[in-house]
Each structure stands twice: as C-alpha cells, then as structure tokens.
Ligand binder design. Structure first.
Ligand code: TNX
Length: 759
C-alpha cells in the first residue's frame, strides 16, 4: 500500500530534481552524501529486523514512530514485503568499527546496517534527528551516511548528592545522552552532603546518610544555611530500573562511590569507620572536609568491600568509580591506626597511605572481574596497577596515566565542567565560578598534544561533569548541560577534521527549536550580547560597547536605555551614557528563521555618582590577574557582584593610593569605596582607608579614616562629611599576611576593591 499526504507529494516532487540540503545532525556524521527525493514516514512503513537480537532496537524505533503517526508501524522479521520499509541489520563483514553504522535512505526503503547493536541504536538516533520532534507523517531526505565514533568513552556525569534528582529526571537525562550518541553515564552517588544508594547490609547509609538538616544558601564561604531538611536516595529496584533503561539505550552507567574522602554522609551513619569515631553530621555546606575513612582500620575495608559488592551486583559496568579526589590527610597524620599501618607497610607518607587504600580496593574490585577508575589524585603516591584515571585538574593526570600505559578519561575543569558559567556572569544564575562557553567546549581536543600516537590510544575519551552545589532543579541541570554537552558529543564522535564551529552553531540553532518541543530547558547564553563599559573622555561619560556573541548573523542588535528601544544592524555598536541608566541588549532575528524563541536579554544597571567616569589613577596599578578594565573599573557605574571576583573587582597585593578628579569643585557629603571580604579565597578587608581632599590636585588635606561597614562579602568603607573639593584621594592599606586560622595563613592576602561613591 502506498500512502502519501498531498503535502508530502508536493514536497518530494518539488525537490526531486535537486540534491537535498544537509540536515542539521548533531553530532555531525563522519560521512554524509545527500541524495535526491524523500522517504515518506507514514503508518504504512514496516520495520524489519534481521534477527531476534535486534528486537529491542526495532521496538525502540517503533515506539518513537508511534508517537508521530496515527498507527504504530509493524515490526517484522527481515523478508521482502511490499511497501516502504526501514530495515535494521547487523553487518557480518567485520569491517565496520565498533558502534559504527551506515544509513541509506532511498524513496522506497531505508537500510540501516551496523557493526553491532549499539551501532544500530546510534543509526536510529540519526534517523530520529531527521524526523520532526512531534507532529505527524513526514518526509525525510534521501541520503547515505557512513558513521562511527572517534572515541569509545563519551560521557556525562551527574552529581545527585549536593542536590538530589529523582528517577524520572535521571531517565530524561539519559534520553538526552542517547540522542547525541553519548554512551557513559557517570552517576556520582555518594558525597559529604548525601549518600544516595540503598545498601541492604548497611541500612543507616540511607536512613541517616541520605538526609541533611539544611543546605548552604548563596555563594561559597558565606556560612549561610537554611534549616530545611533535605535528602533522598534510590532504592535498589530504582537503580536496576535506571541501569536497564540506560542499557536499552546502549549507555553504561558507571557508579561512583567516593573514598577515602568526600565521605561525611557515610561517616555520619557509621562513624566507626573514621579515625576519630565521630560523631558526624551529613554536611550542609559545600567543600572539602577533614574527616575521611580511616585507612588503618581493617573494618573500613570490609565495610567498603561489602558496599562495593552490592554496587557491582547492581551495575554491570566494567569500570567502577571509586572517587579518590580531595582527600585531606590531616586525620591520618594523628591517627594511631593509620600511623601503624604506614609503619608496618613501609609507607613513607600519607600520600602512599592513600595509594595503599586505593590499591587494596582495586585488588578487591579486580577479584570480582571489574576495574577501577578514579579522579586524578589516585596517581599520588603510586597508581594502582590496573586503574584508569579521570583527569579533572587539568590534563596532566591523563597525560601521566597514558604515558605509564594506563587508560584515562579526560574531564578537565577548563573545558568539561558544566557547573561553570557559560555566559557573562552578570546575566547568569549563580554558578560555582569559571567561564566555559559552548564554543570553548567545542574547541576541546581530548588528546593532549604531548602524547605520542602509541600513548594517545590510552585516552578513552572525555566526559562533561555536572556538579550540583548551585544547581537545585532539573530545569537548571538542563540549562547547565545543554547545549554544552552537544558540543562535547560532537568533539567525541565526529572525526576531528570534520569539526567546524560555525557549522555546529548553525545546526544548534535548529536543534534549539527541537529541544523546546522536547521540553528541555536549554541555555541560550550563546546569544547573549555583552554590555561592556569603557572610559569616555574622563568627564563623566561612559561608552558602552555591545559585543556580539559568536553566533549566527545577520542578526540585529536591539538595545534600550530606559524605555527607548533602538535597533541597529551594525557591529560593533557603541553608545554613550551620562546618567544613571538601565541598559538592555539582545539579538533580534528579522530573517524569519526557524529559531523563533526570544534571544536572551542582557541587562546592566549603571548608577552614576560624582566620581563616575571621571579621571582616575591608581598607584600602583592592580595586579595583572585582577586588572580588567584598569582603574576605570572603580568608577564604571557598576557595583561589583561577589560572584564576579575575576572581572568586576580589582586586586592588589600591596597598599594603593587612588585619586579621582571630579572635573570641578563639588559639594560633597559622602565618600565611600567597596572592598571584598572573602577569606576562603585569601581576600581580606583593608586595614584602613585614609581619605583626603584637594582643590588643586597638589595640596591634600586629610578628612580622616573611612569607617568600615564590614560584612561577609561586599563591605563598604565610608566617610560622611560636608566639604567642597575637586580631587578625592583614598589611601587603602592592605591587610598584610593572612592571620592564623584562615585559609592561606602566613601568605600575602589579596586586597579587592570596586566602586567609589562620592555624592
Ligand atoms: C571538585 S571534581 C570536586 C567536586 C566539586 C567540584 C565543583 C572533583 C573530583 N571534585 O567535589 O563538586 O570540584 O566544580
């Protein structure tokens, strides 16, 4: 039976004379040759499978098509039948690389031939990307694709400890991985703030360890917590359900059980496996904690082996992630059992004790036919013989592993941490820090340049990590992961020479429309216009440059100052402001393109006072690392936000003298300057701020010391006196060495300053 909608007929007949345009597939296939004409996807289509083995993949495709079509297509064993077919088959010639497939779409039939079931599944994902995300019968372009992955490990991680995400969302996350041909889901199941997996032998791990009495609010180090009980965990049945769901999508779930550090939740439940015996609480705040598993106590190992035994029963993954990161050695130094273990084992320091710990666990995991993978700290003190390394602190860990013949998965903070900012922090929800745009992810090359070819083969691939300290909801996880994981998926799948950023961004634009229909809260930060102020002629004018994102053009910029909207087709665009203004800017698509969702709007509020955009000098200038915008930053109309330590604040390691020329003599009643109090980042308030004024810029008369309104975070140093002056000078005394009891004690502290307020 032949059944074509009139629209499809029209569509295919119009286009039949020409070669079809390339569809916007992500990741881009290794090879794609466009044909002519279309295949009509209707209820008349039958799905054929060449063996029973492919029944799950056939059923998966049928279920997807059923959501689009009036009736479910038939799923039949391979044979010749009348009418349009999609034939799935496994190739026996042994020539196709693992997970590879070829897809041939002709007007009458589609042939999907793959090296293995995973390849069939990936080919099905390609087919799905050719379909509309919802709706009805459709036509897909004739083409031939030959495709296979560049890397074997194409991973995404999710931290469910800092914040918990239920099974429904985990499945949605896995579906996203599948769509972009990712094949490892790294499930971070235990940490200081919560133990999230039921262990039958140790029920307190979830009775106690899965719950905390409150959570940190706001940025790190502020010491602010709510007192809302928080928690959750997965039962073993739920874990099995997720593992099976992922397996049906050819995704391996790699469980992570953290040791010896990041163990506070476990120790809150079973304090006997610590060095001191506790008691402990499941942690409310983020960070690194000194209490860890005791390495001298044999019962710690029996406990962890019991846990891992249940874990290995649940997860078929050949790699089991045992954490290994950020383990302070303080407790071990003063623990009699740990010290005795070091003595009897001839271990020369606590790093070797950590290495002993990991090797002992590795032996156990290996004895069950599995392998361990751990964060790069497991290299310290000697790497366990069969261990693989997940390189997060840069790429050195991966390089060291590969050079010594160990496998490595690359996940450097610089390119693979999707908990970092992806747009101008002024326009983004609070994040942990960093700045990793989708373009930066796309530029990532997983094979470090220093590796020779025979070493490079130890790089299994890479992985994007989503740590959730500052990510509270599923929608926010999606926002942080998408579209960055699409960029990483292409880095990991597509041949290097086929990668093309501009082309990717174009395809991404069409994908955004689909993601919206799929109910995925993708970030559009890529389209943010940056609003960047700079010094005018020093007489109270700020010039604002609108910087375009590296996105698709032709797109207009639209900005507003207050209620006045201006559209401008030209880049770069600049305006000048002289008064307090709310400035907004966004892109506008006047081409009637597919991507109709509004582009994000960037907003910056410029507040003017007598000092704003006047001539300013700072002697000495700020340290190079914290000198964005120069001294002008102190009078740019923007009060620095705490979360923007790297850009809006200026930093010094010494005293500084700042002079502002107000242009003419002014009546003044208030002189103030902002300073940052963030001792965990080694940033301390100044000792003193001496204020003086002058009419001629030569002779200064002291006004006195500004008083500190000190708080954690931004603090203000202020002096209120009615005077007349043209020049204002602030001599800011640096705090000197960091006192005992603070992070970085004994080192030189940082002085961070921002907006000056004179009125
Ligand atoms: C470091 S990455 C950690 C995590 C944090 C993350 C935040 C790693 C192995 N350890 O515990 O969540 O930074 O970016």
């Amino acid at each position: 039976m032949r059944f074509l909608l009139p629209a499809l007929l029209l569509f295919s007949s119009c286009a039949s004379a020409q070669t079809n345009p390339e569809p916007p597939l992500i990741p881009r296939p290794a090879s794609m040759i466009m044909g002519q004409g279309y295949f009509a996807v209707t209820s008349a289509v039958s799905i054929l499978i060449d063996s029973k083995e492919l029944k799950p993949e056939g059923a998966y495709l049928r279920d997807v098509l059923t959501t689009l079509l009036p009736e479910a297509p038939m799923l039949l064993p391979q044979r010749t039948i009348e009418g349009p077919v999609i034939a799935l088959a496994i190739s026996n010639d042994g020539e196709m690389p693992a997970e590879g497939y070829s897809l041939h779409i002709a007007p009458e039939r589609i042939d999907l031939l793959a090296s293995d079931r995973a390849g069939v599944f990936h080919g099905i994902q390609t087919l799905i990307q050719l379909l509309p995300p919802k709706g009805s019968e459709t036509a897909i372009p004739c083409l031939t694709i030959t495709d296979h992955p560049r890397f074997a490990w194409r991973g995404m991680h999710l931290d469910v400890c800092r914040h918990f995400f239920g099974v429904e969302f985990v499945k949605k996350y896995i579906d996203l991985l599948a769509r972009y041909k990712m094949n490892r889901f790294h499930w971070h199941l235990t940490d200081d703030q919560g133990w999230r997996i039921e262990i039958k032998k140790y029920p307190k791990l979830t009775e106690v360890g899965a719950w905390r009495s409150g959570s940190q609010i706001g940025p790190y180090g502020r010491g602010e917590y709510d007192s809302i009980p928080y928690g959750g965990f997965y039962t073993q049945d739920q874990i099995r359900e997720v593992v099976a769901y992922a397996a049906a999508r050819h995704i391996t779930v790699v469980p992570e059980i953290e040791m010896p550090g990041h163990a506070m939740a476990a120790l809150a439940a079973y304090p006997e496996y610590s060095c001191t015996g506790g008691p402990f609480e499941v942690q409310k705040g983020w960070g690194v904690f000194e209490d860890v598993f005791c390495a001298g106590n044999d019962s710690t190992f029996s406990f962890l082996q019991d846990v891992l035994t249940e874990v290995m029963d649940l997860f078929p993954s050949d790699y089991i992630h045992i954490g290994g990161d950020e383990c302070p050695k303080e407790r071990w130094k003063t623990c009699a059992k740990c010290q005795a273990r070091m003595k009897s084992g001839g271990l020369k320091d606590e790093h070797e004790l950590q290495s002993y710990f990991i090797q002992r666990i590795e032996k156990f995991v290996n004895s069950k036919g599995r392998k361990i993978i751990g964060w790069d700290e497991i290299l310290e003190g000697g790497l366990a013989p069969n261990a693989a390394v997940m390189s997060w602190r840069g790429t050195e860990g991966g390089v060291a592993a590969a050079k010594s013949g160990h496998y490595a998965v690359m996940s450097p903070g610089s390119h693979c941490y999707f908990d970092h900012y992806q747009g101008d922090p002024a326009n983004e929800p609070l994040a942990i820090g960093g700045y990793t745009t989708v373009q930066k992810v796309y530029s990532y090359e997983p094979i470090p340049a220093e590796l020779k070819a025979d070493q490079a083969k130890y790089i299994l691939g890479a992985q994007g990590n989503v740590w959730t300290e500052y990510i509270l909801t599923p929608e926010h996880v999606e926002y942080m992961a998408v579209p960055r994981m699409l960029a990483l998926a292409e880095v990991l799948w597509t041949p290097k020479e086929k990668r093309d950023e501009a082309d990717f961004i174009k395809r991404l634009e069409l994908e955004f429309a689909r993601l919206e229909v799929m109910g995925v809260n993708a970030s559009k930060s890529l389209y943010q216009v940056s609003i960047v102020p700079r010094q005018g002629d020093g007489s109270g004018a700020i010039i604002i440059d609108f910087k375009k994102p590296t996105a698709r053009f032709p797109l207009l910029i639209e900005w507003s100052i207050g209620d006045t909207f201006v559209q401008n087709p030209s880049w770069p665009s600049s305006i000048e402001i002289h008064d307090t203004s709310l400035v907004r800017a966004s892109l506008v698509d006047t081409t009637g393109g597919v991507f109709r969702a509004p582009y994000p709007t960037s907003t910056r509020y410029f507040v003017f006072n007598l000092a704003t955009a006047q001539k300013i000098t700072a002697t000495p200038p700020p340290a190079e690392r914290y000198n964005e915008g120069g001294a002008f930053t102190l009078v740019d109309g923007i009060t620095a936000q705490e979360k923007r330590v790297n850009t809006e604040w200026l930093g010094w390691l010494k005293d500084v003298s700042i002079t502002v020329d107000l242009g003419s003599e002014q009546d003044i009643s208030h002189i103030g300057i902002g300073a940052l109090n963030e001792t965990y980042s080694w940033i301390h308030l100044p000792k003193q701020v001496e204020v003086s004024i002058s009419s001629d810029g030569k002779n200064y008369s002291p006004l006195g010391s500004a008083e500190a309104k000190a708080t954690v975070g931004r603090s203000e140093f202020v002096i209120n006196k009615a005077v007349k002056a043209r020049y204002v000078r602030l001599v800011v005394k640096h705090a000197g060495l960091i006192p005992e009891g603070f992070p970085g004690a004994g080192k030189q502290s940082w002085l961070f300053l921002d907006e000056i307020d004179v009125h």
